[in-house]
Structures are given as C-alpha cells and as structure tokens.
Design a protein around this ligand. Structure first.
Ligand SMILES: C[S@@+](CC[C@H](N)C(=O)[O-])C[C@H]1O[C@@H](n2cnc3c(N)ncnc32)[C@H](O)[C@@H]1O
Length: 195
C-alpha cells in the first residue's frame, strides 16, 4: 500500500475531482456529495485534530482548529502542506503514531481504515484511543456495485498495476465495529462515523 500511494500522489486528487483516469467513471452525484461531506466536516467544532493518513490534504483543508496531518508518503505530505500551509505535517506510521498519549482532542481518518486488514485495524483503533478523545472515520459507503470486502486491481496513469484491499461500509456497522458511535454522514458514496 505504501509504494502504491507514493506513486499515486500526483494524480490522487483526480479521484476526488473526477479528472484524469476518473473522467469517465460513472458516479452520479459524486461531486455534490463530496461538497456535502466537506460541509459536514467543516461544521465540526474547532479542535486540536490529527488527520491520520491525510493524503494530499483534500479533506484536511476543511477541518477547523489546530490541525496536524500524518501520512507515510512524502509526496502526499508535500501536496498536503501546499493545501494547508497553516497545518503541521508529519511523516509516520498510522499504526504506531509518533505522539504521546492524549495529544489530540480529535483524530480523523478518511479512506484509510477500510484498507486495513484485521490485525492492523486492532492496532489502529488502539492507537486512536491512546492519542485522542474522539475518533471520526470517513470511508466508502457500501452500494450495489461493490462487495463489502474486495481485492481491487488498480491501474495508475503510468500503466502500473496494483492490488489493494478495500472495504465498503454501512454507517451502523462501522460505528459498532469502532465500539459504538453516531453517524455523521450517510450518503450514496461516503459514510462518516463519530466515536
Ligand atoms: C486512500 S488515501 C486517503 C487520503 C486522504 N485521507 C483522503 O481522504 O483523500 C490513503 C492514504 O493512506 C496513507 N497510508 C497508507 N498506509 C499508511 C500507514 N501505515 N501510515 C500512514 N499513512 C498511510 C497513504 O500514503 C495515503 O495517503
């Protein structure tokens, strides 16, 4: 997963924006729902927030408060720094966070949790509880055209081919899996749960 995202960084926002290799992907209402999701995140009360696996900072830029982004990919972090110049960005491992206990009020992670296999999920949840009071997980919604768990073949614009583990979620079962919480966002494409 690490090499894949480092290589994908320059074209990652194409997924969000429906450009590049995503230009012809049929995703009705995707852009409208993206806006609704960013509005929901932007309406959260300002907080000392850690965005784990922040990627290019596409969602990070909508968070309010004192924002720290963490990602393993230097290229992703460079793009995130450009989008959120007032943020602090740290290279590190999401399942071994380089922060002391209770460093943050909120930990948000988007489109990362669903890539974790079972043993990594436990480690991530433990780390999230250790460093922050509140956890928000944003991820992909389960819909008709996908299975809850898939191994996907993904091709980047340079023709390289990668195999990626990916889960899709119903908000209630995601909340249960995270130890109980409330649904912040339930759309056709995205779900967000606050624990
Ligand atoms: C699908 S992208 C999500 C990016 C961003 N959160 C978003 O919503 O657009 C997954 C991100 O997880 C990062 N990542 C993967 N494994 C990681 C790990 N073990 N520790 C930190 N970041 C990781 C990748 O570099 C990539 O930026």
């Amino acid at each position: 997963m690490k090499a894949y995202y480092e290589r994908r960084a320059p074209e990652y926002d194409d997924w969000w924006l429906g450009t590049g290799v995503f230009t012809n992907r049929r995703r009705p209402d995707w852009l409208e729902e993206t806006k609704a999701l960013t509005r929901t995140l932007g309406a959260l009360p300002p907080a000392r927030t850690l965005d784990v696996a922040c990627g290019t900072g596409f969602l990070t830029q909508h968070l309010r408060g004192e924002i720290t982004g963490l990602d393993q990919s230097p290229s992703m972090l460079e793009l995130a720094r450009a989008k959120v110049p007032e943020g602090r960005f740290v290279q590190g491992d999401a399942v071994e966070l380089p922060f002391s206990d209770d460093s943050f009020e909120r930990l948000l992670t988007s489109f990362f949790y669903g890539h974790l296999e079972e043993d990594e999920r436990d480690a991530f949840r433990r780390e999230a509880r250790r460093v922050a009071d509140e956890l928000i997980v944003v991820d992909s919604a389960l819909h008709d055209e996908v299975d809850p768990v898939e191994w996907q073949e993904r091709v980047l614009s340079d023709g390289s081919c990668w195999h990626v583990y990916k889960r899709y979620f119903e908000p209630d079962s995601l909340a249960d899996e995270l130890g109980g919480g409330r649904t912040l966002f339930a759309g056709r494409w995205f779900v967000a749960v606050q624990v």
